[in-house]
Design a binder for this molecule. Structure first.
Ligand code: TXA
Ligand code: MG
Length: 348
């Protein structure tokens, strides 16, 4: 474990960063903070290194990884071509929570990074520790979120430690991450770019730069991917089953009361504005409803808190699908396995 103060200057010359970079150069895996969530990094040029990521996370290797770089010029090393719109996006949002999907240059990156696809996702994170570590290693760093597959992504060092201690070679502790949800993934190989995953850069911000973009059908219609039988279909999920409640606070409370009456221990996921108004076995706030960026920041930590007590089920509030709210609802729906309870107000 290397503890690093992210506010110091010339971080890439710091002994802790240099040590961690050397571990990456030996094709070992190291977790590190970014502005979105902690990543689990490895040398993207090496099959051996990238395999260790999949092993540590317990992640199926058909899901491609994002390549993290520290300099704008490095894109040319790994991408075959960079369309004009991609250039505009990179200039506007890098370093920052945006991953661009481009045609991959053959024969350079490990095939394990792209999972055999003809494209690659690249991003430059806006975090001094991440940038210093990448710079010091001199390598492109493949990194998924540093959680066990299926668990909420880590936004604190403690989350990474709990999930991966003993399974990886090291963790750079740079404190809490900022944005709290992952980067937006946008496919720039299409004439009109398509958002594949909503995240820290909003659709509104993107459209402010390049005009209207598409949204992946599964994201737009909020449907689950077809799942093979017996496969775990929740992501970002606490241990107890979660249900989203689309209705009034009174309706949510009634729903909770009916379950507690039959002996269930129930948790509620809410916001600062209402945290003191609900009654349940555990009530957790994930931020201020009036400022959705605070909800994004606290969301995964709040979900993980439910695992610290014996809770049979969790009921969570829904959020407006605007701005960062799109990413928040996307993650909440996955955490809840798309279970959503609607209040029928018409017959009241
Ligand atoms: O904020 C983030 O993006 C974090 C931090 C660590 O950078 N990383 C992250 O990685 O969230 P991961 O592996 O958990 O998610 C990567 C997403 C997946 O949904 C994956 O399918 C998609 O990016 N992806 C990666 N390469 C792709 C490609 N070539 N084509 C389509 N989707 C791709
Ligand atoms: Mg992830």
């Amino acid at each position: 474990i290397w503890t690093v103060d992210k506010t110091v200057e010339n971080l890439y010359t710091y002994p802790q960063i240099i040590e961690a970079a050397e571990v990456l150069q030996k094709n070992e895996v190291v977790a590190f903070p970014t502005e979105t969530v902690y990543g689990l990094g490895a040398n993207a040029l090496s099959d051996e290194a990238v395999n260790k990521i999949y092993e540590a996370k317990g992640r199926p290797s058909d899901n491609p990884l994002i390549v993290h770089i520290s300099k704008m010029e490095d894109v040319d090393k790994y991408a075959e071509e960079i369309p004009e719109q991609a250039k505009k996006l990179m200039n506007a949002f890098w370093p920052g929570p945006l991953t661009v999907i481009l045609k991959v240059k053959q024969g350079i990156l490990s095939n394990k990074v792209t999972a055999g696809l003809p494209t690659v996702g690249i991003r430059m994170p806006n975090h001094p520790v991440a940038l210093a570590l990448i710079e010091a290693s001199g390598l492109p760093i493949a990194a998924p979120s540093a959680n066990l597959s299926g668990k909420p992504s880590p936004t604190k060092f403690q989350h990474v430690y709990k999930d991966l201690n003993g399974k990886i070679s090291g963790i750079v502790d740079g404190g809490e991450t900022g944005v709290g949800v992952e980067s937006t993934v946008i496919d720039c190989t299409e004439p009109i770019p398509v958002i594949l995953r909503p995240g820290g850069t909003t659709r509104e911000e993107i459209e402010g730069i390049i005009g209207s973009v598409g949204m992946d059908r599964q994201v737009k219609e909020e449907v689950e991917k077809p799942k093979s039988p017996g496969m775990k279909y929740t992501h970002y999920a606490p241990a107890a089953p979660m249900y989203l409640v689309d209705g009034s606070p009174a309706f949510l409370q009634e729903t909770v009361d009916s379950m507690r009456k039959i002996g269930k221990r129930v948790g509620i996921l809410t916001t600062d504005e209402r945290v003191n108004t609900y009654q349940a076995d555990m009530v957790v706030s994930c931020g201020q409803r009036e400022q959705l960026s605070t909800v994004a920041h606290h969301l995964y930590d709040a979900l993980r808190q439910f695992d610290q007590e014996k809770i049979d089920m969790i009921y969570g509030e829904v959020f407006p699908r605007e701005g960062i709210g799109v990413a928040i609802m996307n993650r909440l729906l996955k955490a809840a396995g798309h279970r959503i309870i609607k209040e029928h107000t018409s017959n009241r």
